[in-house]
Write a protein that binds this ligand. Sequence first.
Ligand code: ATP
Length: 588
Amino acid sequence: MRFLALAETLDRIESTTKRLEMVDLISKLLQVAEDDIRETVFLLQGKIAPDYEGIELGMAEKIAIRALSSLSGLREEAIESELVKKGDLGKIGEELLKSKKQASLFSEELTVRKVYESLVKIARTGGGGSQTRKLQLILDLLHSAEPLEVRYLLRIVTGKMRIGVADMTIVDSIAVAFGSKERSDDVERAYNIMPNLPELAYRAMAGGIDSLSTIRITPGIPIRSMLAERLPSLSEILDRMDGKFAIEYKYDGLRTQVHKMGTKVELFSRRLENITAQFPDIVKEIIENVKVDNAILDGEAVPYNMASNEMLPFQEISRRRGRKYDLNETIERIPVVLFLFDAMMLNGKSLMEIPYAERRLRLINSVKESSKIKVAKSRVVTDVESADKFFNEALEAGCEGIMAKSIEDKSVYKPGAREFLWIKYKREYQLEMEDTVDLVVVGAFGGQGKRSGGYGALLMAVYSEEEDMFKTICKLGSGFSDEQLESLPRMLKPYSISARDPRVESTMEADYWFSPSLVLEVKGAEITLSPTHTCCADVVRKGAGLAIRFPRFTGKWRSDKKAEDATNEGEILEMYHSQRKKILADNP
Ligand code: ATP
């Protein structure tokens, strides 16, 4: 098929806002694409491979400008300044070529296949001299292109398709082209387990829409992630789930779909990008601890402080993404733990059709938990009180809320679906505690890895004036520099005691105890209800105290303060109440 047919369709799509018209235009194009149907769909999307293959076109705008300059005779600087004004190299190229080429004969007609193959060559060209070779490849294409084709060639090659036909529009177009609009659901179902539209278009053309029903979940090809609905309260969730559901920690990290194929492992993100290269540590854990040959698992990778055994804020993990160079250093500095919460395939058999509880059981049986790979915390609840307790436990552990999951027979894994089989309940705000607090060190926990021999985390407390007691409020393991960590044993040595100080109230058993003396300045994300800490125990709610979520040492030793000058329990209670008022005001 001529590339011009594709360019003309794209041009017409650009001038309509009506989805039905777009579907009509694309389906007609697909019907005539024949052998070039895969390439046609890729180019409609401005791609040369599905996202999960991670192949980028990789042509810098500068080379495209150079090519256009050599073709049109206009200086590169002039094109660049036009680009600043108009922002669309495609249109600039089209105009330039219109005025220049009017009378010339086009050497050779461009076909969709030729364009696609050249783009693949451009993507594969690397190493020394690659810029020159890429320039030559794009020049060859531009030489044979008509002005309208130049517009889309330049946009595709620089990764700026602008109109970018949405995936669902192409799904509908495949249905209309080779069946009818009513078959869109069938195409979508196939798309959810094989998100490769060019391949689906090809199969629909070759075998009809019915042939798509034979597509199965396949190791190496990510399926679209199942998503959750939301409800504003745990009691509504309980009603909706008919009085019984599984409640899981909702980890705040990066959605990670694991594909294990023998000794090979691939990882995919929520957007189905291949993220394997950024997580060699997870790959290793999967190989060592997933005890089946073939598996497709769903989970969340969470940044983690191994020494203090705490989850870290989600933002930390984004530092891993896109990193190529100092990966080893980053792995050491920002380790991640993978929390697995579902199994969609085990030993080559799809589990998507069986209920959640059964899938979870099989997941547990297939994974050997280690320090870096775990199965998500989960429990079955039948009342709001236990659900609420679990929710607060989750927050205290550093999670952002809970996931409620149906345990009814119909609780299958639905790729790409957002339904009430999964319901999320989380804090809708990201609050920074407005003020810092000054906390007293009352205990410590032994460290691991880099921190072995020293302290992994400190047990921190506030002061209660009325009772003359120190009550625990958090474990603190973040915010310390290496030097500060090193100096801790020396600084705490004078206060070291063999058992808990009688003025310390704690439900936690620390590895080391100190008489309350050293005061540190700490900042956290928010104050949450806590099933473990003793600060304000039973004050806000029976059976719960208050804790600081994501506490970090600010770097300030408050040596100017005695332990009794530390933040007191009453202040924490006030901070908790004013935080609640702010939440209510922000979420009326
Ligand atoms: P959404 O996915 O609903 O569009 P979002 O991307 O903001 O919104 P969240 O609101 O954070 O995501 O909720 C869903 C996400 O929660 C999942 O995509 C997954 O990454 C994460 N998650 C954490 N723990 C779990 C769990 N136990 N079960 C399912 N998902 C979990």
